[in-house]
Design a binder for this molecule. Structure first.
Ligand code: BTN
Length: 238
């Protein structure tokens, strides 16, 4: 596996995006620290030493509409890698993993390329052996695997496992287009399904109940008896 390992970088997603056409399919950009870690919706992602920050490059002609599916598949890969280490995480749609109710992992999938050549970058950030104060100091509600489980996980072991699962799951999906097969993992281990959630759309907040995930990776919600599918958004447990 080709891993480009940096000590410090601005953002592995940014590097992967900039060098996308030079990087081979499956290339991995890893950094021990990021100075401008990127999160969803224009947010930052604190990326201090002790965590695992990497991006995987995929050269594949895919439909933009499939992006949510790839994000969900990446969550499945991280979930399974943690499970192998006897760590029970919860998946928070669309892209985070939680342990004991605290966020320890965020995933940012980005689409790259022009009309005739698309690919995706799957960026994964995991707080592995970080201290909770690092986040508290910056007023960010997050934690780490070590803080939540007391386990000091070897970062390379975790990375290796995640990369194996990503390869296996993404190849399987490219071949069979069967996302539903992964649905039980996503719903059985969901942090939000079956719960009341608060959904933020721009400045508006709505309360709904999270019911399920559909075949497109959308979240099915019940909003005052009206059932609808959310394809993106910020959700929080009430
Ligand atoms: C989120 O929580 O909103 C998503 C966070 C994604 C963070 C990872 S760390 C590796 C990769 N490089 C980035 O700049 N972001 C992703």
């Amino acid at each position: 596996k080709k891993i480009l390992h940096f000590d410090v970088i601005d953002s592995t997603n940014e590097y992967a995006k900039k060098n996308f056409f030079k990087l081979e399919n499956g290339a991995v950009i890893l950094s021990d620290e990021q100075t401008k870690g990127r999160g969803r919706v224009g947010r930052g992602f604190i990326s201090n030493r002790g965590g695992l920050f990497f991006s995987v490059v995929f050269h594949s002609k895919l439909d933009i509409s499939k992006l949510p599916i790839y994000t969900q598949l990446a969550s499945v890969a991280v979930f399974k890698a943690l499970e192998d280490l006897s760590i029970n995480a919860k998946i928070k749609w669309p892209n985070d993993l939680y342990i004991n109710g605290s966020k320890v992992c965020g995933i940012l999938t980005e689409l790259v390329g022009s009309k005739d050549f698309h690919g995706i970058i799957v960026g994964i950030g995991i707080n592995v052996n970080n201290k909770k104060d690092e986040f508290i100091k910056q007023n960010i509600c997050a934690s780490s695997i070590e803080e939540e489980t007391g386990l000091k996980v070897n970062r390379s072991t975790l990375l290796e496992k995640i990369l194996l699962y990503i390869d296996e799951i993404f190849l399987d999906y490219e071949k069979n287009s069967d996302f539903i097969k992964y649905k039980p993992i996503l719903t059985d281990n969901s942090l939000i399904i079956g719960k009341e959630i608060e959904i933020t759309f721009g400045n508006e907040k709505t309360i709904a109940k999270a019911l399920d995930i559909d075949e497109f990776g959308n979240l099915i919600i019940d909003f005052n008896g009206q059932i609808s599918a959310l394809n993106a958004g910020e959700v929080h447990i009430k």
